[in-house]
Design a protein around this ligand. Structure first.
Ligand code: PMP
Length: 461
């Protein structure tokens, strides 16, 4: 395993970047916040360096560089489709800036259908990106989660039955960004289709860590729509995708209107382009696509199954080690072999999550995330935070807001890094009072994101 991890580390930019500690020393940054964003692959940076001398405007130019840039941009769609087994002819890839934009775009498009009273069935474990875009356009209901945060598929079916054909779309995360649970997307697809609905999988956390297969159109397990972000898969240049049937996106009113989305315009008429171009107004982010495509090639070379297995073992090792630390309460999967991605959410009782995440950084250069992770209703349910309690905390900004701490691994994280984390958490758990005195009060709310004043920065850009 260590050999595997050594090989993976060589693929990543910045694994040895030294960052300051509170004792005046420096240590290699340990990034356990990969669910938020991942560092780039060397291959991605090299692909961009190789491409930039040829970089030019996409689609409208006739110069050699422009034609080349356009070809690379267009060829990317096929490579992305192959990666997730989308249909070569029936599906299209729409380039977006991230998952959030992709889901907003789909919500905007589906809301144009004339189906009065249509329901979108979401779940209680969604990221806000797969919740808020639906709320103002449809009646939204949520399949519930159990006390561990696992989706109750029976409830999803119950609701599909209850709405009796009115559910237009079942929208579900492929894997939770809080507990790491993987949802049974194919089973959910079968259910959705049985009740006449389509399915969208929010692939932001799933696609970078597991093999994903959208399956044939005529399979009941077919995934109708899939969204994901490049910056969570080692390609941080502002690109993402929405994949779905061309038919959905053909005759619609584009959400963004402008150049590139039209065939011909006069003061009296607009003749829109066909899909996907009607959904990609403005100058496209070709660098973002070069990056995403190269990341996909690198992930493919390693093998998504190999990545999933490695990360699963690493997170099992972490879970076991954290279980040995007093006062740590973990949320999420309770059984060892439950299918999940490399995420653990936990609390260390007696120390506020935000302060704990800061202490990990100051003491051991470890980056983790704390708070509600943009999955507010899900974390609120896990922590039994009623609306009344939430209002209370809102009114009392001096009281630290409840939340969790999240560890999320990427393919390059090593067992040694986990040992550093566990050692540091063990020390904090044994000496909470001392650490609280040393580092003072935590920030007031999860939203307040003030820059660290301490320790001072050195050699940082
Ligand atoms: N869905 C999930 C499950 C996520 O974890 C995230 C990012 N944290 C998003 C959607 C939104 O992704 P982005 O910020 O790239 O739009």
């Amino acid at each position: 395993m260590d050999e595997l991890s050594k090989g993976f580390r060589k693929l990543i930019v910045g694994v040895n970047t030294q960052v300051p500690l509170s004792n005046g020393g420096y240590a290699a940054a340990i990034n356990l916040d990969n669910a938020a964003t991942t560092p780039p692959f060397h291959s991605v940076m090299e692909a961009i360096t190789k491409f930039v001398p040829w970089y030019s405007s996409v689609h409208r130019g006739t110069g050699y560089k422009s034609i080349l840039s356009s070809d690379i941009y267009e060829a990317g769609r096929g490579i992305i489709k192959r990666f997730v087994h989308a249909d070569k002819n029936k599906d299209i890839v729409i380039y977006t800036k991230n998952t959030t934009e992709a889901i907003n775009l789909l919500a905007y498009v589906l809301a144009q259908d004339e189906d009065e009273g249509a329901v979108v069935l979401s779940t209680e474990m969604e990221h806000l990106a797969n919740d808020l875009p639906w709320r103002d356009k449809f009646k939204v209901d949520y399949a519930c989660t159990d006390k561990h945060g696992r989706l109750v598929v029976e409830d999803l079916e119950l609701k599909l039955r209850k709405y009796d054909g009115k559910v237009k779309l079942v929208t579900v995360t492929g894997a939770s960004n809080v507990t790491g649970y993987k949802n049974p997307i194919y089973e959910i697809a079968v259910l959705a289709h049985r009740y006449g609905a389509k399915i969208l999988v929010d692939g932001a956390q799933l696609v970078p860590h597991c093999p994903v297969d959208m399956k044939d159109f005529d399979s009941s397990e077919h995934i109708d729509y899939l969204a994901f972000s490049a910056h969570k898969m080692y390609a941080p240049f502002g690109s993402g995708v929405l994949i779905g049937p061309k038919q959905t996106f053909e005759k619609i009113e584009p959400v963004y209107k402008g150049g590139g989305a039209v065939k011909l315009v006069s003061h009296h008429f607009i003749d829109w382009e066909g899909a996907p171009y009607n959904n990609e107004a403005g100058t496209p982010n070709v660098i973002g696509i070069v990056a995403l495509v190269e990341a996909i090639k690198t992930l493919d070379r390693i093998g998504m199954n190999v990545i999933h297995e490695y990360e699963k073992k690493l997170i099992e090792y972490t879970t076991k080690a954290l279980a040995g630390i007093p006062d740590i309460v973990m949320y999420g999967p309770s059984e060892k072999d439950e299918d999940k991605i490399g995420i653990i959410a936990f609390e260390l009782m007696g120390i506020e999550p935000r302060l704990l995440s800061q202490v990990l950084s100051w003491e051991a250069a470890i980056a983790v995330r704390s708070g509600l992770f943009c999955a507010h209703p899900y974390v609120e349910k896990l922590l039994k935070l009623t609306d009344q309690k939430l209002r209370y905390y809102q009114k009392k900004p001096d009281i630290p807001f409840p939340g969790l701490v999240r560890i999320s691994v990427g393919l390059y994280n090593s067992y040694r890094e986990i040992d550093v984390l566990v050692d540091c958490l063990g020390r904090i758990a044994k000496n909470k009072k001392e650490y609280k005195q040393k580092y003072g009060k935590p920030q007031k709310t999860p939203e307040s994101n003030q820059p660290l004043l301490y320790p001072p920065r050195r050699n940082a850009p």
